[in-house]
Design a binder for this molecule. Structure first.
Ligand code: ZN
Length: 159
């Protein structure tokens, strides 16, 4: 299995080698992934799990590692549900831009006019619209508070 190889060209491998690069955004360290607070906090609680090994696809993890990674995703989703009570969670593994296995967990809320669409529709607008970008980056509460609240839920769920 190719799962232990790290790629020098991969931005996520570089961050995994030195997680201080995530500074205050690192929320949790699971055996198979790291959990990072995402930039788009209009979707309050948005997190990303980064798989520890450099693989492109979920099936490249062997069975136990794959199952554990999926359990870690589900634990984060459950923590976000418990803390923020969103209308729905969007759990997405894409990797079109960064080819290192990672998973976005986006809470979606009733107040979001685009709630029936994928978040990427709004994020595409933000790429060329500074006002939209500002809106999507700004949460109702600060990032330190979000991190603390999510950590408290994860602690509850893993202990
Ligand atoms: Zn990588």
């Amino acid at each position: 299995m190719p799962e232990s190889r790290a790629s020098a060209d991969c931005a996520l491998c570089r961050k995994l080698a030195d997680p201080t690069g995530w500074a205050g955004d690192l929320i949790w360290e699971f055996p198979h992934s790291l959990v990072v607070l995402g930039p788009w906090q209009y979707f309050q609680g948005y997190c990303m799990l980064v798989a520890r090994p450099h693989v492109r696809e979920l099936f490249e993890l062997d069975g136990p590692a794959r199952h554990a990674f999926i359990d870690e995703i589900a634990t984060v989703a459950r923590a976000l549900e418990a803390e923020f009570r969103p209308r729905k969670l969007n759990v997405e593994m894409l990797g079109n831009q960064v080819e290192h296995l990672h998973c976005h967990v986006f809470p979606r809320y009733r107040h979001d006019p685009d709630r029936l669409k994928a978040v990427w529709v709004a994020l595409e607008r933000a790429a060329t619209d500074a006002t939209e970008r500002q809106k999507l980056e700004t949460g109702l509460v600060g990032r330190d508070e979000l991190r603390t609240r999510i950590q408290a839920q994860l602690l509850r769920m893993t202990s």
